[in-house]
Design a protein around this ligand. Structure first.
Ligand SMILES: O=c1ccn([C@@H]2O[C@H](COP(=O)(O)OP(=O)(O)O[C@H]3O[C@H](CO)[C@H](O)[C@H](O)[C@H]3O)[C@@H](O)[C@H]2O)c(=O)[nH]1
Length: 285
């Protein structure tokens, strides 16, 4: 309907399910939502003559890294979870599509580990289901809503034994999308992939230390076995995004923690739940 009313130049496709554990228990839900959703969207775009897209992909397409930092030319596809496979299958689909029809102009952005919130404290992550990601869980512990942060593995081959990831502030992620849109609007590239990461690996322990320092809280830790399917360490080589998108990250790990904490303390229960509209008739509700 809206496509008839407005001329759409480009679609940014964010809509997907993304819980690794859930994807293993309900694979059909993930294939249905992520793959069929993408197929339907591409069909609708084509039928309305819109051939430009920015797609939210993930560093999960790389699987266990063969080398670090990871460049975009690192092999993809050796993935151990269903969620990651949906991202990988979509990337393959986009390759076939852009090879078959030169009208397509697509950028796939491989996010590393997005964290943080809008610096205003008014926009942040409000998961509707039980969540398992490190920063939101840690913030719940700091708020006293969970008793302890479980650290999955302390025997990894990393400097302090805990898993290492490339955490990226959501504001930097957002500016990566603006840069991608700019590139698409001025160039016909058919299909390109870019890593969006800081290029810096941070361990679980390091992130906890920074979080405690900037929020002036204490996070009780409990070390347990490694989590099934977790990789040891992963961080990006984001040189290509710098050279071709003119994009670099600006936010530090301290700011990621500060901004997430601001959002969390201003909205301890997430976004205000919608209240039922009350109708007032003659002064009575
Ligand atoms: O309670 C927790 C949660 C996490 N971790 C550790 O913290 C690190 C980060 O874990 P996350 O769950 O926050 O994120 P992942 O690295 O598992 O990220 C995966 O899930 C994300 C989706 O939420 C992205 O899709 C990403 O690409 C994909 O690799 C890992 O070493 C993990 O073992 C803990 O020690 N305790």
């Amino acid at each position: 309907m809206y496509l008839f009313q407005h001329s759409i130049d480009c679609v940014i496709h964010f809509a997907a399910l993304k819980a690794v554990g859930e994807s293993m228990q309900q694979p059909l839900l993930y294939y249905q939502n992520n793959l069929l959703g993408m197929l339907n969207l591409l069909e609708v775009m084509r039928s309305h003559n819109c051939y430009q897209m920015v797609f939210s992909s993930s560093c999960t397409v790389y699987g266990e890294p063969e080398y670090l930092p990871i460049t975009e030319t690192h092999p993809t596809g050796k993935i151990t979870n269903v969620y990651g496979r949906t991202k990988y299958f979509i990337e393959e689909m986009l390759k076939d599509l852009s090879a078959a029809d030169e009208k397509w102009n697509i950028i796939s952005l491989r996010y590393f580990n997005p964290v943080g919130a809008h610096p205003s404290g008014m926009i942040g992550e409000d998961p509707t289901k039980e969540f398992t990601n490190l920063m939101p869980f840690m913030a719940q512990v700091a708020l006293g809503k969970k008793p302890v942060l479980t650290v999955f593995g302390s025997d990894y081959n990393t400097p302090d034994g805990t898993g290492v990831r490339d955490y990226i502030h959501v504001m930097d992620l957002a500016s990566g999308h603006v840069a991608a849109l700019n590139l698409l609007s001025n160039n016909h590239i058919r299909l390109k992939v870019y890593n969006l990461g800081t290029g810096k690996g941070v361990s679980v322990k390091e992130l906890v230390n920074v979080f405690e320092k900037v929020t002036n809280t204490k996070i009780p830790l409990k070390y347990v076995e490694r989590r099934l399917g977790d990789i040891t360490a992963m961080w990006a080589d984001a040189t290509l995004a710098k050279e071709e998108l003119g994009w670099t990250t600006r936010y530090s790990v301290e700011e990621m923690c500060t901004d997430f904490w601001r959002w969390q303390t201003m909205n301890p229960d997430g976004y205000p739940k919608k209240s039922k509209t009350s109708v007032i008739v003659n002064g009575k509700s």
